[in-house]
Write a protein that binds this ligand. Structure first.
Ligand code: AR6
Length: 234
């Protein structure tokens, strides 16, 4: 890891969480993962990989939406997650969030697999967001495939009880059954599926590079996601 001040701060958060998990690990991890308090939403950057939305523009929207919601969170916090330290979107968002003086205890970035944040990264996230497809079906790659695989059939069943499809810009909050491995191993109590704008001509409902529509749908997607998270907190 390279040692910028910001990254040290973030690693500080991570190592505090690891200590917390080490303490908890005296018994079995499964027994000790508490989902009583919903405090952290981990979310991927919606639409910027398979859906090919421009990273620079997406990072502006993420920071704008985080800034709008961060003060409504009380003790809860938001974490933008991506798989690698080289993630362009994480570095753009980090720089822009810092410039806007967004409280780094309430919002920070984290490198890790969204389905293993607690077991591999020591970061407890009770709620995770999924960059879904419109059918709310497993597969397709990216975060969607990872979350449906890690959560098992329980998530498919629970999702179907809530919705069969999703419109771009919308989100659906799904409580995760307690027999899901994602619940027992990682302490995830809710998955929020979000459908972002699609700029990839190979995927359904491509916007054909219409960034006017795309930006407005991406804003709507983050509003739906953060509003969904707030609804769980209350
Ligand atoms: N953990 C954390 N971040 C991840 C992970 C992971 N396991 N996997 C990918 N990312 P994407 P989209 C990051 O493609 O662009 C699916 O096929 C990734 O680096 O998952 O909204 C669905 O079925 C990127 O920063 O979502 C849809 O059809 C971010 O997550 C379509 O892709 C989003 O990448 C949605 O495409």
């Amino acid at each position: 890891c390279k040692g910028t001040a910001k990254e040290s701060l973030l690693l500080g958060v991570a190592s505090k969480e690891v200590k917390e998990s080490e303490n908890l690990a005296k018994g079995s991890v499964d027994d000790d993962v508490s989902v009583d308090e919903i405090t952290t939403l981990a979310f991927p950057s919606i639409s910027t990989a398979d859906f090919q939305f421009n990273n620079e523009t997406a990072s502006d929207i993420i920071v704008e939406k985080v800034e709008e919601f961060v003060n409504k969170l009380e003790n809860a916090r938001l974490v933008l997650v991506d798989l690698t330290h080289g993630s362009k979107i994480l570095s753009l968002v980090r720089t822009k969030a810092e410039k806007r003086n967004i409280d780094s205890k309430k919002f920070f970035t984290f490198v890790g697999n969204i389905t293993q944040l607690y077991s591999q990264g020591g970061l407890r996230c009770n709620v995770i967001a999924n960059a879904a497809n419109w059918r709310l079906k497993p597969g397709g790659g990216g975060v969607n495939a990872a979350i449906f695989t890690a959560a098992g059939l329980a998530l498919e069943t629970a999702t179907k009880e809530r919705a069969n499809s999703l419109l771009p810009g919308h989100a659906v909050v799904v409580p995760l059954p307690s027999d899901s491995p994602l619940y027992t191993r990682e302490g995830v109590s809710h998955v929020i599926h979000v459908l972002g704008p699609n700029m990839n001509p190979q995927r359904p409902n491509s916007l054909n590079n219409d960034y006017n529509k795309g930006c407005s749908i991406l804003r709507e997607a983050y509003t739906s996601l953060f509003t969904g998270f707030l609804s769980i907190l209350r």
